[in-house]
Design a protein around this ligand. Structure first.
Ligand code: S3P
Length: 179
């Protein structure tokens, strides 16, 4: 049988991608990688600095390079930045590398999870709660287009990881039957 496909976690900020990726990587004995971490490493700057100095289009370009490079690896749990879905080419490359699972959460839950944090430039400035609602509304069609989803609003990270693992195993079985 072909090698097992990577697990790719997509979804809006604060849906728990990094936390869940860490749990899954631990359970599978795989490596956890994170597009934001790799972007910061390559740019030599934290994400807010990248946005401030170079702007969002520069960030998106680097994000795409990182996505392409990470997607080439195996036995990976890949946590992606919330805006990865904006570029269809990102989804194509990641879909060829692994099973895509989108994590969802209600805007109020997202706000509770991110309100203490300062590393998200797209939520900086006035009224971040409204910003979350606006961005989510704009991106919802992109997130809901991903067939496998887990709503994390009322689940612990451990339960989410368990559910993602189930979905991944199911997807691998389907692939094994047809492939
Ligand atoms: C972004 C989400 C962030 C980070 C950047 C842009 C977005 O990642 O990539 O601030 O466009 O939604 P997280 O989803 O890990 O917060």
């Amino acid at each position: 049988m072909a090698h097992e496909r990577n697990i790719v976690l997509l979804g809006f900020m604060g849906t728990g991608k990094s936390r869940v990726a860490g749990l899954l990587a631990g359970q599978l004995g795989w490596r956890q990688v994170d597009t934001d971490d790799e972007i910061e490493r390559r740019a030599g700057l934290p994400i807010p600095e990248i946005f401030a100095r170079h702007g969002e289009p520069w960030f998106r370009k680097l994000e795409h390079e990182v996505v392409r490079d990470l997607a080439a690896g195996q036995r990976l749990v890949i946590a992606t930045g919330g805006g990865v879905v904006l570029n269809p080419e990102n989804l194509r490359v990641l879909g060829a590398s692994g099973v895509l699972v989108c994590l969802l959460a209600d805007p109020e839950v997202i706000w509770e999870r991110v309100r203490q944090e300062t590393h998200r430039p797209l939520l900086a400035g006035g009224n971040p709660q409204q910003r979350i609602r606006d961005l989510l509304a704009k991106r919802r069609p992109l997130y809901t287009a991903i067939p496998l989803q887990v709503d994390t609003s009322h689940l612990t990270p451990e339960s989410v990881a368990g559910r993602v693992l189930e979905l991944w195993r199911m997807a691998e079985r389907v692939e094994g039957r047809h492939g």
